[in-house]
Design a protein around this ligand. Structure first.
Ligand SMILES: CC(C)(COP(=O)(O)OP(=O)(O)OC[C@H]1O[C@@H](n2cnc3c(N)ncnc32)[C@H](O)[C@@H]1OP(=O)(O)O)[C@@H](O)C(=O)NCCC(=O)NCCS
Length: 232
């Protein structure tokens, strides 16, 4: 009896191997279209994964709202406190998978709120592997583009002093809102710290560490970021 069952399993495995072989033979025969087809399937799978990830977090958190036609490639990571909210506007596009992005992404897109944190992302924004963590308020304007691995925070999250209070002391009094204007372009690997306000249509150079207030229509760059010119 036992022998019979094993035999059955063995034939099933052989059949599966045969099927896989046939698939690869097909791929070899019609190389071009089947590779293209596979690529399209993978692209679609990533988008489906993103779609379900958005849906899952919408069901999980009553305070997580997603606008119309938000497209996301790859899963997103969301964590929320009870009294916070996250609002994603319409027509947002999110690259949240390393393969989807031309430039290496170090993580999926991550949105995290603590206490009364608020994250508001305007319509038509484009995000690539961003990490946005709020304990007060972070607003991203309509049409803003946040390049790969951008990090945005509105808090230091830990008290500086005394050292024994760092782990426990929240330091809420130091939290300050972050506002990124409309159609601002944030270059890859930039860090935007608490209290930042960037005027509409400004450009943040790659790898900038931004703190402070900046006018509209300028290019800012460096660590600490300074105005280096007018935007084109
Ligand atoms: C900001 C940026 C657009 C400027 O490009 P540009 O208009 O051609 O400007 P330039 O290269 O002539 O540089 C202008 C000044 O800014 C400085 N600068 C440019 N990029 C900088 C950066 N990332 N960090 C620090 N300084 C920078 C230059 O050294 C130069 O300074 P100088 O006038 O003292 O010589 C470009 O450097 C950049 O960072 N692009 C971002 C690309 C990116 O992240 N894309 C995302 C892909 S999805």
């Amino acid at each position: 009896m036992l022998f019979g069952l094993d035999d059955f399993r063995y034939t099933r495995e052989r059949k599966m191997i045969k099927k896989i072989r046939r698939f690869f033979e097909l791929v070899q025969k019609r190389q071009l279209w089947s590779l293209l087809y596979m690529r399209i399937c993978l692209y679609k799978l990533r988008e489906i994964r993103g779609h379900f990830s958005l849906l899952f977090h919408k069901l999980l958190y009553h305070n997580f709202s997603v606008g119309k036609n938000v497209r996301c490639w790859g899963k997103i990571i969301v964590g929320m406190s009870e009294d916070s909210f996250i609002t994603l506007g319409n027509n947002i596009r999110m690259a949240s998978d390393n393969k989807r992005s031309g430039i290496a992404l170090f993580s999926h897109c991550k949105f995290r709120t603590f206490a009364n944190g608020k994250i508001v992302i305007g319509n038509n924004a484009e995000l690539s592997g961003v990490s946005i963590t709020s304990r007060k308020k972070i607003v991203i304007g309509d049409g803003a583009m946040l390049g790969p691995n951008t990090i945005i925070v509105d808090s230091d999250f830990h008290k500086f002093w005394p050292p024994e209070e760092r782990a426990l002391g929240a330091g809420f009094e130091e939290d300050r809102e972050v506002i990124i204007g409309k159609q601002v372009y944030v270059g890859m690997n930039s860090i935007i710290l608490k209290g930042v306000n960037i005027g509409n249509h400004s450009i943040v150079a790659a790898g900038s560490v931004v703190s402070g207030v900046f006018p509209a229509d300028v290019v800012i760059a460096g660590n600490p970021a300074r105005v280096v010119g007018k935007r084109p």
